[in-house]
Design a protein around this ligand. Structure first.
Ligand code: AMP
Ligand code: GLY
Length: 428
């Protein structure tokens, strides 16, 4: 089987790495890939937004399966383009991907299908936003409607902070058309967790939940990022709550999307806040998570190619996902300054890591003139697996200093709270 993966992050590296283990898979291509991915697949120099070129490439090589990592090509309609050409692809269509592509659509959808989420007001102008903020308590959450690479959400602690952000949005047009409409949202308190399912639009198979650490700095301080680390199991999501999530959120979402004529296939990612009143949806994503995928792929016991193929063919009955008992952990080594301005182009040195339980999944790396260089804010996901979560975290943290480049920075507290919570739960 010949497979194409679209994307260039550590998520796509983990997917390609897992596909490489499948006896069904003979050739793997990744568009555009990165320096780490090049070790497990053939990288093809096509950008993720060039959906026609990607489809042409898949057509030419008679690709048996294409898997899409990031949201952008999905919201641009890559799945529709492939379906038009009868090329098998895993992911939602353009209309279904609006669940992530438009936070306004997503919020209205949740209201209509009574899916629990934060109270929110949709605003078309700075004046409307100011009026909505007058009725909201601080901290208040401000979200731009469209895709903003994880940077379109701020938690304003005061009306001054809110006003500054509104100026950025409406006067300086920092987000362009992505912020024609915004949401003013109630701040939810609790623990965040990521819950994903693979679905063919009717049935679904849950993926092992993972906990992602989205804030830039230790103690969950600083701006939101794409994710600075993760682990699976998520620890904080027990079976009972997972059951509630399925009943109150996953099933109504899949059924609702079908009713809207936007049948959802692929991976549906539910970003949750576990509040005292129960689970609430923070966001839907139309794809796998990053860095959640890295830890999930380390735990998946099944043949990933077979899973994708069955979903792409609509045979989800055949899909049963089995997870290793082991825990897995990921610490993202990023560049100082990320998610804002940061250095690029500095050389990366990787000291020998003599631990077979460590996997390095590359994100912002590129090879030039025989040197490995930094190419984006999140550089390498250092991942590990072990019998327990604390061992997996310890292993990952032992390996992290082996990744060396100017400005390397990582969070030192990934998994810390989860371990504390587990201790409390078992009364240690
Ligand atoms: P989103 O892209 O909507 O998931 O928002 C990005 C991040 O902002 C989330 O992962 C949360 O950490 C935070 N966030 C979003 N909405 C809320 C909310 N209503 N209350 C508290 N935090 C939020
Ligand atoms: N880790 C958060 C995301 O993938 O959106």
């Amino acid at each position: 089987m010949r497979v194409l993966v679209v994307g260039q992050g550590a998520r796509e590296h983990a997917i390609a790495w897992k596909l490489r283990k499948s006896p069904l898979v003979k050739e793997i291509y990744v568009a555009p890939g990165n320096a780490g991915i090049a070790k497990v697949a053939d990288c093809v120099n096509i950008g993720v937004a060039d959906i026609i070129e990607i489809a042409d490439f898949a057509d030419k090589l008679k690709m048996d399966l294409t898997v899409v990592g990031p949201e952008l090509p999905l919201t641009l309609g890559i799945v529709d383009e492939f379906q038009k050409r009868e090329l098998p692809i895993f992911g939602p269509t353009r209309l279904a991907a609006e669940l992530e592509g438009s936070k306004v659509f997503s919020k209205e959808f949740m209201r209509k299908y009574e899916i629990p989420t934060a109270e929110s007001t949709i605003c078309n102008s700075a004046d409307e936003a100011k009026a909505a903020l007058k009725k909201t308590k601080y901290p208040a959450v401000i979200k731009v409607e469209g895709l903003a690479g994880g940077k379109g959400v701020v938690i304003a602690k005061s009306s001054k902070e809110a006003d500054d952000y509104l100026r950025l949005i409406f006067d300086e047009k920092k987000f362009g058309n992505a912020a024609n409409r915004i949401l003013i949202e109630e701040f939810l308190e609790g623990e965040e967790v990521s819950f994903m399912v693979i679905t063919d639009g009717k049935k679904f198979a849950p993926i092992a939940p993972a906990k992602d650490y989205k804030k830039a700095f230790d103690g969950d301080k600083g701006p939101n990022t794409g994710g600075m680390g993760a682990h699976s199991p998520a620890v904080i999501l027990n079976g009972e709550t997972a059951g509630e999530v399925v009943k109150q959120i996953v099933i109504p979402a899949i059924q609702g999307m079908a009713e809207e004529g936007r049948t959802y296939t692929g991976c549906l990612y539910v970003g949750l806040m576990l509040t005292r009143k129960g689970p609430r949806v923070l966001e839907f994503n139309c794809r796998f998570g990053d860095p959640e995928t890295q830890v999930q792929m380390l735990r998946l016991d099944d043949d990933l190619a077979e899973v994708f193929l069955n979903v792409a063919r609509g045979n989800i009955e055949e899909v049963k996902l089995n997870w290793k008992k082991e825990a897995s952990a990921c610490v993202v080594v990023a560049v100082d300054g990320y998610p804002d301005e940061h250095m690029k182009g500095q050389e990366i040195a990787i000291d020998p890591i003599n631990d077979p339980a460590i996997e390095l999944f590359h994100a912002g790396t590129v090879k030039r003139g025989g040197k490995l260089l930094v190419n984006a804010g999140r550089v390498i996901s250092v991942c590990s697996h072990a019998a327990t979560l604390s061992e997996a975290l310890a292993k990952a943290y032992q390996a992290v200093p082996k990744i060396r480049f100017e400005g390397a920075r990582y969070r030192r507290d990934i998994g810390y709270r989860a371990l504390e919570q587990r201790k409390q739960a078992v009364g240690e």
